[in-house]
Design a protein. Sequence first.
Length: 221
Amino acid sequence: MAVQQWVRHHPHVILMQPVLEISAADDFALWPVGEQEPYGYLVLNGELTPAELGTAVVQIADCNNFEPEEEHGPCPTDPFGTFLHGLLTMPDLFAAGGFRVTDTTTETVFVEPGCCNGLETWRDWLEVLDGTGCSSFGHDPSSVAERVGEIVRLTFDAYGTGGSPVIELPVDQARRLVAGAQQDLQDFLGLAGIWAEQHMPAHAAAVTAALARAVDLGPTQ
């Protein structure tokens, strides 16, 4: 279907959002956290409550809760330093999630980050628009985006059994969606910096910088 035909016959509102995968965080007491369904997603933007921000920081820190190499120094013994050690010292950070794409009219999901996908790989969307023209976003489901001429085709599960939701967007619309999701991430980082100053002033600068690395956005980007 031509782009003009698709636009005319598809008035639905398409939304792209950065989402962070949430796992259970039982009995966490270093700072307030919100109640989230385990193994669901938290949308990251500049409108999160302090408790939701606390949840996001817990999850990103927990994603990187590995024992760093010896050259990164011994693990601190204070509770904050112990919990944040991996986040603050690991060279390559991971934030489980990605950019989710939904039709808000029908609540149909066209891209959902799968297992092993992270927010730090969001620039794969730029490869779809201006690079190789194709990218995948984890597995179970195996969501795929591919550029075909002047459209971007999104498939919810490219390796499923058939009948997967598929949508085609004009390239310019896809570009606007990616830019909007990137801005949501930047707004989240700005809010997280303020939150960190209030809840962990001794670690605020380092945590804010680590969060920016975990979502591949520098402080001035």
